[in-house]
Design a protein around this ligand. Structure first.
Ligand SMILES: [Zn+2]
Length: 229
């Protein structure tokens, strides 16, 4: 538990975006910050460019949907960094529930049979204490009733991607994931869930063993994505 959580026991809750006091109905963000999140409209130019980034390497993916635009400077970027590096699983719980409620309305989950979160390497999972993709999948499951299966495994640790080109990232990510139970996937409509898509290398690598197991179709859903490389 970090200092903020300890203090939170005594202090009134404040918005994780702007720091203003929250009223009890607001949750983690005030209504102003919640409304200001940069949503990626389905079918927009940005959403299509995201789809093309992944589909040109992995054409069997039927749908790619990201809820928010990620930049280093915007509120989404700040929240995701806090969520990953400051022991704040509650940020992903909050955003996962909001995402599920909003995108259910545009029928992203229609006909999906199974939610598979992108796993982390087990050492990283142990040191962080949670996998944010699993938290998001659980929140989607709660909103939709679709089952979650933790049936992907990361075979090795991912090295830093920061200074690599998209092509180098895709090459480095090849063979990064294993599917532990093919019978869950074959003939079913699977949705692969992750927190953020940048080059698309990690999500494409995670999709590869699922596609090898012949699902009926594969949808990609992420909390956020960068819109340009
Ligand atoms: Zn706020």
């Amino acid at each position: 538990m970090n200092l903020r959580n300890l203090l939170g026991l005594a202090l009134p809750p404040v918005c994780a975006g702007c720091g203003s006091p929250l009223v009890s109905s607001e949750g983690m963000l005030c209504l102003g910050c919640l409304a200001s999140l940069d949503r990626l409209a389905a079918g927009s130019v940005d959403a299509r460019s995201l789809r093309e980034r992944i589909a040109h390497r992995t054409p069997l993916i039927s749908t790619v949907y990201s809820w928010l635009q990620y930049t280093h400077e915007n509120l989404t970027g700040t929240l995701i960094r806090h969520g990953k590096y400051d022991d704040r699983p509650d940020i992903f719980e909050y955003l996962g529930a909001k995402m599920a409620a909003e995108i259910k309305a545009i029928r992203v989950f229609d006909s999906v049979d199974l939610l598979i979160p992108v796993p982390m390497h087990r050492w990283k999972r142990l040191s962080r204490g949670y996998n944010q993709a699993r938290i998001l999948a659980d929140k989607i499951s709660r909103a939709t009733g679709i089952q979650v299966a933790d049936c992907l495994r990361m075979t090795r640790r991912q090295t830093s991607q920061t200074h690599r080109s998209a092509t180098e990232r895709h090459a480095a990510a090849r063979g990064l994931f294993l599917l532990t139970d093919k019978t869950l996937v074959t003939g079913r409509h699977v949705a692969l869930i992750d927190d953020i898509i940048t080059s698309g290398a990690t999500i494409s690598a995670a999709a590869a063993p699922i596609l090898d197991a012949a699902p009926a179709s594969l949808t990609i859903i992420s909390l956020a994505a960068t819109v340009k490389q």
